[in-house]
Design a binder for this molecule. Structure first.
Ligand SMILES: *Cc1c(COP(=O)(O)O)cnc(C)c1O
Length: 391
């Protein structure tokens, strides 16, 4: 069969669902209410941002939260609030979005990039342990693709060495580890509402934490160094304006009601992919979630190719077949911007293998009816023989 890339008939011409999904009535109404109220900012307190913050703290199983402009700044604020800064090192996984590391740089600390587990691609406790120095102050498990990092071993290493645990939950709204929600598994968790994420207001972020002292410190960082309940022009600390707007919060608060349904929908699609890949006998398998995963929120579906392929050809040929795949992250440790800024890079063989062998199916596609998983398997069956390099 001729590849669509070479003029053949594409496997699929139907569009995939768009992301974000259309606003529902509850979102429309709350956004209109906020716009009509003229209370577009959250400085007065008690508005939609406050409701959203409480809802996310509850979702995460903790007491406190702070809504912020995005997750990059949320991670930065978490480090500032926890007192992690110049002279400190923060251990981050090699297979993640660049902001995991640049937030550490923004706080003045040094990102230490370590390898991920070769099977599930999440931060490895063994790699963390091997990279600890007297300067290590914190670790950052990333709940990659919507599955929670294997937190028990990571928390155990952190406890043994007196390290803070900051969870990057930017991709994991609604995910759970051993029936405990992410975000509340370490000291601080940070969600993103950037346009590609599982809940979005175009941009946005939210920090959750369990300790009152951490909450006060992080709130102050995000509110120009004010103290909670203190004077408007009293600034006992150095801080910035990192606040979310009420308009953004109005898009997000009603979304929480349908999040579990959307997570289920994506899981149904991913289960169908498993069945279709097995039926087609393809050398492709889902990257399994870490042990302890009880809810995978399925922000992305990561597929590992079992044979060496020409990735560029694979990705352009799949796009031409109407089933686009994403090439995923290059290894964090290969980015000159990070090494040039002082990041320390440990050996990352599993990360490098992931960059070669793993491709992603985007969240919008996972929202499609599970029957469309057959298109993915069919397009892979067509493209892989052409893209596979002789061993
Ligand atoms: C999106 C993302 C971020 C950054 O979130 P922003 O809200 O865009 O700043 C950080 N970490 C991971 C893993 C992400 O996917």
């Amino acid at each position: 069969m001729t590849l669509a890339l070479h003029g053949g008939t594409p496997v699929r011409t139907a569009p995939w669902p768009s992301w974000p999904p259309p606003m529902d009535e509850a979102q429309r109404k709350l956004v209109a209410d906020v716009l009509d109220s003229g209370r577009w900012g959250a400085t007065q307190g008690g508005g939609v941002c406050a409701d959203l913050t409480r809802a996310f703290a509850r979702l995460s199983g903790v007491e406190y939260g702070v809504a912020v402009g995005n997750a990059t700044l949320g991670l930065f604020a978490a480090f500032k609030g926890l007192g992690v800064g110049p002279g400190d090192e923060v251990i981050v996984p090699g297979y993640t979005f660049v902001a995991s590391a640049t937030s550490v740089l923004l706080a003045g600390a040094v990102p230490v990039i370590v390898d991920v587990d070769p099977a599930d691609l999440h931060l490895s406790a063994a790699a963390v342990e091997a990279a600890i120095t007297p300067r290590t102050a914190a670790i950052m498990p990333v709940h990659l693709a919507g599955s929670p990092a294997d937190m028990d071993p990571l928390n155990a290493v952190a406890a043994r060495h007196g390290l803070k645990v900051v969870e990057d939950a930017a991709q994991a709204h609604g995910a759970a580890y051993k029936d405990r929600p992410v975000g509340g598994l370490g000291d601080v968790g940070v969600y993103s509402f950037q346009a590609s994420k599982a809940m979005t207001a175009g941009e946005g972020g939210l920090i959750v934490c369990r300790s009152e002292a951490d909450h006060e410190a992080i709130w102050s960082v995000c509110n120009l160094g004010r103290s909670l309940g203190g004077a408007w022009y009293g600034h006992p600390n150095v801080g910035w304006n990192l606040r979310l707007t009420e308009i953004q919060a109005a898009l997000l608060l009603p979304w929480l009601d349908r999040l579990p349904e959307e997570v289920e929908r994506r899981n149904a699609f991913c289960d169908a992919v498993d069945r279709e890949l097995a039926a087609a006998g393809l050398p492709v398998a889902q990257v399994p979630p870490p042990p302890g995963t009880t809810t995978d929120s399925r922000h992305l579906l990561m597929l590992r190719l079992g044979e060496p392929v020409d990735r560029e050809l694979l990705i352009s040929a799949m796009a031409a077949e109407g089933v686009p795949l994403d090439g995923g992250y290059p290894p964090l440790g290969t980015m000159e911007a990070l090494t040039g800024a002082g990041a320390r890079v440990e050996d990352c063989p599993a990360t490098e293998a992931a960059a070669r062998e793993v491709v992603w199916v985007r969240q919008s596609m996972l929202m499609e009816d599970p029957s469309a998983a057959a298109d993915l398997a069919e397009a892979l069956s067509k493209v892989l023989p052409e893209a596979t390099r002789p061993a």
